[in-house]
Ligand binder design. Structure first.
Ligand code: GDP
Ligand code: MG
Length: 840
């Protein structure tokens, strides 16, 4: 009976609140929870809203909302209407827990809600693979004698039975067995129809064969996706125990958000607990129940999300099927669902949106894979991940190639060293292999610079082109090959399925560190670019974990930081550049873990919700998808060159060129002085002139706008060993971290001798830079500190914006700026000061 069915004066006990999400939460918060008594104060026909009294206060509800609250009538105002009682069992308000009774107001305690009433019904459907023991459980529970057979296809259509459990009358339906809910066989279609139309049960009792979990859970995931409340009977538990394997089913149950009870269908063992669990799920008091979400990967997932959003906005469906489920089905190419959607008003719009999405997906897919198989892979990957953490087989022989590879790369001891080794190879290759094409581009940039130098007339425009544009953009563009190589490795890792394993290995470590395993996927994505990584934290359901992950993601060295590392490591650590590179990435990971731990202890205290790391089967990466990936990154990098890097370079050049001080007066004064001097040789005179030119150049830079800004900031950074030029490039690098390099390219113009600098590589110019006293501004130690600072400080503007948007609060964006800059200062200070003690 529904709350909306009651008349004025009726009293009833609340059984449960249907629906999900915000609506349910609001209603529950208003006090409409299981076991509470509600009285109708005013309910005139056609009158909306209706007034109720609950827990000593009055509330009004819209009739439509009241219709979603299930109640049992305690006392009708109009006693004549009550049908004669036939049941012998006395109906208690279901589990009106003693604490609740005590807290009730006096008048309610005087007339306890245990009056004559029919037991409440729960409609349960038995679903499971063929031959897993559904009919056995059905017979045991209902006392029926349906045919049980040890072969599939015995139950051909639904059979109903009834039994009592506690205060409920349970109506149980035995359905044919099926492996999946895809529309490939008549049984599967039949079941799906049964589950999605008016016959939709209150609870699905999913019977699984515990000896065959991997295959059985595939159906379970689909039930979950349909938004059905599921309880699992881990059947054949006797056989499973005999097999000698072990299963941590409480963890598995927590990961999947489904209560699981071991049962033996043949003897009826465990059925009582099973039905207890079923009742608690029905009443909404089971704490295990949780929505799960399978992430379908970088190609499919965005399409699913946008389609689901359109379905929510445009369609009003008669049965409450989750929009995400429909979206996944449409992308899978499910004909039945397509037809069903097509019949709905505005359904055609959804179908054309689906076609468009599929068309886009096709661009990225290869002949070998299609949307449907990717979706299946991810479901099985989800199951494999969950079982890998909870299931231990005593049979050590791996079955498939994927199992064999996984036994090595996710090995308890070897998994981590293998991961580190792979990372090391990746960064070594990025540097070593990348240095050849990098050299060619450097030569080309130098040649263009030299050409401009010799062809253009002297003047400020020439300086702008040579120092500003060629120096700035050219300094960054040389790293294009390295970035492509890095992305080559990243896409290999993603496409082969190793990325998921890397996350799996880190998951264990992260658990020890108190952080969520699932957080590691966004973190690894952060190696590419932090912005999509921060968006990827959406897959993390717990708000606290999501916030922590968002705040530490900027510590992952994105590809924009790579040019800085390459420049400095190449200039100051030419022998071990790959190692330094690897060290910087590792430092980022280490800090991320430490900071996550700190945040968890201080800002976001929360208990861990177990999550599943998905382990899809390994696939040979196709050259096409790798090339597509690399090309899109190259295009992105070049666009960045043409826009933000170019603008920043030009702006920095202007700021460093003006106010212009040419020092002509001093030079001519010197030359007249030298002409009169007869004691000096020509060489000595030449040296004196050059020295003055150098001084003038330094003064020009220091007196320019940017020099003033830099010198204003520099005292704060002096304890880190940074001079004003580095300080300036750190300031400009806030826009995007490559700008650090382009700024260095513009302001490290060498010693002011124009003819040489244009063709000189930036690394050399930096190494040879001297301050006014002739001391080198850089040293390997300073370079190391600068790399660490660039790694940690200020996430770029785009990342800060992403953090603000995704966290829903700009204070977190501000927080990420403040904490990262402070951390950068502290870490660099330690590196510089300790390094100075050790090496100088
Ligand atoms: P259904 O196809 O899912 O309806 O499965 P049935 O109920 O027909 O059972 C299939 C076979 O498994 C029958 O031979 C049952 O006796 C047997 N069976 C059912 N439950 C159990 C159990 O918990 N343990 C064992 N060892 N066998 C079971
Ligand atoms: Mg059967």
């Amino acid at each position: 009976m529904r709350l909306s069915d009651l008349h004025t004066g009726d009293r009833a006990t609340i059984i449960r609140v249907e629906g999900r999400g915000v609506f349910r939460k609001r209603i529950l918060e208003m006090g409409f929870v299981h076991g509470k008594t509600v009285t109708v104060l005013h309910n005139a026909p056609l009158h909306d809203p209706v007034y109720y009294r609950i827990m000593d206060y009055n509330v009004s509800l819209r009739r439509a909302d009241a219709a979603r609250i299930e109640v049992v009538l305690i006392e009708s105002a109009d006693t004549v209407d009550i049908p004669p009682e036939t049941e012998t069992t006395v109906m208690h308000a279901p589990h009106a827990a003693s604490a609740d009774v005590l807290s009730l107001p006096t008048d309610e305690r005087l007339s306890p809600p245990e009056t004559r009433h029919e037991a409440h019904r729960i409609r349960v459907a038995l679903i499971g693979n063929p031959n897993c023991g559904k009919t056995s459980i059905f017979n045991r529970a209902s006392g029926a004698h349906e045919h049980v057979g040890n072969y599939s296809g015995v139950t051909v259509e639904a059979k109903e039975g009834y039994f009592r459990h506690g205060n409920y009358k349970i109506e149980i339906v035995d359905l044919p067995g099926s492996y999946s809910l895809s529309p490939y066989s008549p049984e599967e279609l039949y079941i799906r129809k049964y589950l999605s139309e008016e016959t939709r049960p209150d609870i699905v009792l999913n019977v699984v064969d515990t000896c065959n979990l991997e295959r059985n859970l595939y159906l379970t995931l689909q039930l979950k996706e349909m938004g059905l409340p599921v309880v699992i009977a881990l059947n054949m538990y006797d056989e499973f125990e005999r097999k000698g394997d072990s299963l941590d089913y409480p963890s598995l149950s927590a990961m999947l958000g489904i209560p699981m009870i071991p049962t033996i269908g043949r003897t009826g063992e465990g059925l009582h607990e099973l039905f207890d669990a079923l009742v608690s799920v029905y009443e909404g008091t089971n704490t295990t129940v949780r929505d799960i979400r399978i992430h379908y990967g970088s190609i499919i997932e965005p399409a699913v999300e946008s389609l689901a959003k359109k379905i929510t906005q445009r369609l009003v469906l008669p049965y409450a099927l989750p929009a995400r489920y429909l979206a996944v089905k449409l992308i899978e190419g499910d004909k039945e669902i397509s037809r069903y959607i097509g019949e709905q008003p505005k359904g055609q719009f959804i179908l054309s949106a689906r076609d468009f999405a599929l068309h886009n997906i096709d661009e990225y897919l290869t002949v070998a894979s299609d949307a449907e198989s990717i979706i299946t892979d991810h479901r099985y990957g989800f199951i494999a991940g969950a079982l890998r953490e909870t299931y231990t087989s005593n049979n050590r022989q791996p079955k498939t190639l994927t199992d064999k590879i996984d036994n090595i790369v996710t090995h308890q001891v070897w998994g981590f060293p293998i991961f580190i080794l792979f990372m090391f190879i990746m960064f070594q290759a990025t540097f070593v292999v990348g240095s050849y094409p990098m050299g060619w581009i450097e030569t080309l940039v130098g040649w263009v610079g030299g050409l401009a130098e010799s062809l253009m007339p002297d003047g400020s425009f020439k300086d702008l082109v040579v120092d500003g544009i060629i120096g700035g953009v050219g300094g960054v563009i040389v790293f294009l090959p390295n970035i492509l190589i890095l992305y080559f490795f990243i896409s290999l890792m993603e496409d082969s399925g190793y990325m998921a394993r890397a996350a799996f290995i880190m998951d264990k470590i992260m658990h020890h560190m108190g952080l969520h395993g699932k957080s590691f996927i966004p973190l690894i994505m952060g190696f590419g670019c932090n912005v999509p990584a921060i968006m990827a934290t959406r897959t993390i359901e717990s708000r606290q974990s999501r916030m922590i992950t968002m705040l530490v993601t900027p510590l992952m060295s994105c590809s924009a930081r790579l040019p800085v590392y390459l420049l400095l490591a190449g200039a100051f650590f030419p022998q071990s550049a790959g190692l330094v590179l690897f060290g910087m990435y590792f430092l980022g990971i280490l800090l991320a873990v430490l900071m996550a731990r700190l945040f968890k202890r201080t800002l976001f205290r929360a208990e861990d919700v177990p999550f599943v790391m998905e382990l899809p089967p390994y696939r040979m990466p196709t050259s096409r998808s790798v090339v597509v990936h690399m090309w899109s990154k190259a295009a992105q990098y070049l666009r960045k060159m043409g826009s933000i890097i170019l603008l920043a370079s030009v702006a920095i050049w202007f700021l460093s060129y003006y106010p212009h001080y040419s020092g002509e007066a001093e030079l001519s004064a010197l030359s007249t002085q030298l002409q009169e001097n007869i004691q000096l040789t020509e060489e000595e005179k030449q040296a004196k002139t050059e020295e003055l030119e150098r001084q003038i150049h330094i003064r020009q830079q220091e007196e320019s706008y940017i020099g003033r800004i830099g010198r204003a900031v520099q005292p704060a950074l002096a304890p880190l060993g940074f001079d004003w030029k580095m300080s300036v490039s750190l300031l400009t690098g806030m826009a995007a971290k490559e700008v650090v390099v382009s700024t260095l390219g513009v302001i490290y113009t060498g010693d002011g001798d124009d003819s040489e600098e244009a063709t000189q590589r930036l690394g050399e110019r930096i190494r040879q830079d001297r301050d006014a006293n002739g001391n080198p501004t850089f040293s390997p130690l300073v370079a190391l500190g600068l790399m660490a600072f660039v790694l940690i400080y200020f996430p770029c503007i785009a990342t800060v914006v992403a953090i603000g948007r995704e966290s829903g609060h700009w204070k977190w964006a501000a927080f990420s700026i403040i904490y990262s800059c402070s951390l950068a200062w502290i870490v660099t200070f330690l590196i510089y000061q300790v390094g100075k003690l050790l090496f100088v």
